[in-house]
Design a protein around this ligand. Structure first.
Ligand code: ATP
Ligand code: MG
Length: 590
């Protein structure tokens, strides 16, 4: 950095910096990954198709696809499909859909046309196999025939070095023949396994992942894509570096728990490069800290438990932190991208507060969500001096700061719906909404927003003492926007809808699924921390214009928060609304 500030050029609008961008920028400057016909930055997102993606995966997607976008590179979507027993087409489909919904594409405009970078580890089964034979021939791998128990016992632990397998010095030719027999289906699951031999003393390596890691195992299992062609399947630690290298990945970004796997990653690619399988430079692995979000669990296994035990209605339940759940809840891709930018990437583990994600959503929706009126807990209001059968239009901007979004209209009639909480029989101090006259004290004066000023004249009760209607009189010359209407000074201003034309709709008031900020930390029983109020369903009355709402349309219901028409249960003319988030954070004080 120059000390002479005067000579410093004005900074370009900088991308938020982080250690990965710094590495990439230094690699771009040195030409570390410059290759003919290929971008200098190629990343990948490598999910295993064994479940639905969640908000943690969104961080990895935004990071990998975002780096590729920002440095004119490309990002591959690669299914890490080497565990045939757990993987299904349903998961492949939803993962593709989620990545696209988040706003990313694996297509890349290459020198000779668009390339589709949707890959599968299973595309490389033949090559992976050939490389394994090469490792055996070179003395870098052997077939181990120990029982699973012996193998585990001989692996040692962090404080005890492992013991060599009695099969470790099996002649290469014998290992090769046995490996071919494994492939030919001559053995049962678990009878033998292929292990790497990184060095003579690898079993005493302080890094457990270097202690003769398994690279192939026998699994007589049908695979979604390769069918019954294989009964041996490569292990993740073996498949991953090779897939990266075959796809010319430059920066292989993963979460911190893979740090201890990096020495094997590097060893494998160097060893195979020496054998002529890859050209240098080979990909490099970099680790970042995973997303931990308060009030949320991101373990696939535990999310599956919520679905299986019917705690939620499915993977796309709007309370789920899955991408399909967030989408159905009403989250926008832009809000999730903004969130991922804002939390950044670091190498230190920590917790991000749920309010950060919700804040990004409000920030995204506030300028673009049309406003609408919804009465969620209805109480009848009767305007006693307004003639029955009469009706007049009131208007209001669709968005207070965007006149170009136009006006909306709704009728004023004798009977209206207001919120239950907008009337108090005996008002508390500072309460400016409706309360009745007492003695010679008149009832309160309240403006019905975008309509008239009214004065409370009384109320009705049923035999249980429940208030069933509020009675008011209106002032004819007080209509909002008409000359002189502002001579009425009132402190209360409330929303309402006409009972004659209101749309009755189911509204689902969602809240956080757990009451504990770290529901599963330290092995806690997360089911004990379920929020009993995570869903409340109400029958609400909405302004009549809401009848035409299409699924996925989002609104701000004034005073209540942001809502979306549910994409699954809404029907033409009969939308069902989900509360995405309230207007203000009500959790921070708890
Ligand atoms: P599994 O236990 O099934 O392996 P996983 O969450 O690691 O679960 P993958 O399909 O392997 O699932 O994940 C794909 C990618 O998403 C990986 O590169 C992984 O590091 C990343 N990822 C997963 N969870 C998070 C998280 N909470 N924050 C950031 N990245 C994550
Ligand atoms: Mg994983």
């Amino acid at each position: 950095m120059s000390n002479d500030k005067k000579n410093t050029a004005p900074a370009a609008p900088a991308l938020p910096s982080n250690f990965l961008r710094a590495i990439i920028e230094s690699d771009l400057a040195s030409g570390a990954h410059a290759r003919e016909g290929m971008p200098s930055v190629i990343t990948r997102f490598p999910p295993e198709p064994n479940g639905y993606l969640h908000v943690g995966h969104a961080k990895s997607i935004c990071l990998n696809f975002g780096l590729a976008r920002d440095y004119n590179g490309r990002c591959h979507l690669r299914f890490d499909d080497t565990n045939p027993e757990k993987e299904e087409q349903e998961y492949v489909d939803t993962i593709k859909d989620s990545v696209q919904w988040l706003g990313f594409s694996w297509d890349w405009q290459g020198p000779s046309g668009v390339e589709h970078h949707l890959h599968h580890a299973s595309d490389y089964f033949d090559q992976l196999y050939i490389m394994a034979e090469y490792l055996i021939e070179q003395g870098y791998a052997y077939v181990d025939s120990q029982s699973a128990d012996d193998m585990a016992a001989n692996r040692g632990n962090f404080s005890t070095p492992g013991k060599n397998s009695p099969f470790r010095d099996r002649p290469r030719a014998e290992s090769l023949q046995m490996f071919r027999d494994m492939k030919a289906g001559k053995y049962a699951n678990g009878e033998h396994i292929l292990r790497a031999k990184i060095s003579e003393d690898a079993m005493s390596s302080p890094n457990m992942n270097m202690r003769d890691p398994a690279i192939y195992r026998i699994r007589h299992e049908h695979h979604v894509r390769t069918g019954d062609a294989w009964c041996i399947y490569p292990m993740y630690d073996y498949t991953h570096p090779i897939s990266d290298a075959l796809e010319n990945i430059t920066h292989s970004v993963c979460t911190l728990e893979f740090q201890d796997h990096r020495p094997f990653y590097d060893w494998l690619l160097e060893t195979l490069s020496a054998g002529g399988f890859f050209k240098m430079p080979v990909p490099k692995q970099y680790e970042f800290s995973r997303l931990n979000l308060t009030y949320v669990i991101t373990s696939k296994r535990k999310l599956r438990q919520l679905v299986d035990e019917k705690v939620v209605t499915g993977w796309d339940d709007p309370r789920m932190p899955t991408i399909v759940g967030l989408r159905r809840r009403g989250y926008t891709p832009e809000a999730i991208q903004l969130f991922c930018e804002r939390i950044g990437v670091t190498k230190s583990d920590g917790w991000i507060d749920m309010s950060t994600l919700e804040g990004c959503l409000r920030e995204d929706l506030d300028p673009k969500a049309p406003r609408a009126t919804a009465v969620l807990r209805p109480l009848k209001l009767i305007v006693e001096n307004y003639p029955e059968g009469q009706s007049e239009e009131c208007t209001s901007p669709v968005h207070p700061h965007h006149p170009e979004m136009g006006l909306r209209t709704f009728p004023f009639t004798r009977e209206l719906w207001i919120e239950e909480e907008d009337f108090m029989e005996a008002p508390s101090k500072g309460y400016f909404r409706y309360y009745p006259p007492v003695g010679d004290q008149p009832g309160s004066r309240v403006r019905l927003r975008h309509g008239f000023v009214t004065e409370c004249t009384g109320y009705d009760k049923d035999e249980n003492g429940k208030v069933t209607a509020v009675r008011v009189k209106y002032f004819e010359d007080s209509k909002s926007g008409t000359p002189g209407s502002d001579t009425y000074k009132v402190k209360g201003n409330i929303h309402w809808v006409s009972a004659a034309t209101a749309l009755e709709a189911e509204v689902r008031l969602y809240d956080r699924l757990f009451t504990d900020p770290q529901p599963d930390a330290g092995g806690k029983d997360f089911l004990a921390a379920l929020n009993p109020n995570a869903l409340e369903t109400v029958t609400a009355y909405l302004e009549p214009g809401m009848r035409g709402t299409a699924a996925d349309q989002r609104f701000q219901f004034e005073r209540h928060g942001y809502f979306v028409a549910d994409r699954v249960d809404s029907q033409p003319g009969k939308p069902v609304f989900n509360r995405i988030v309230t207007l203000k954070d009500s959790w921070s004080a708890k």
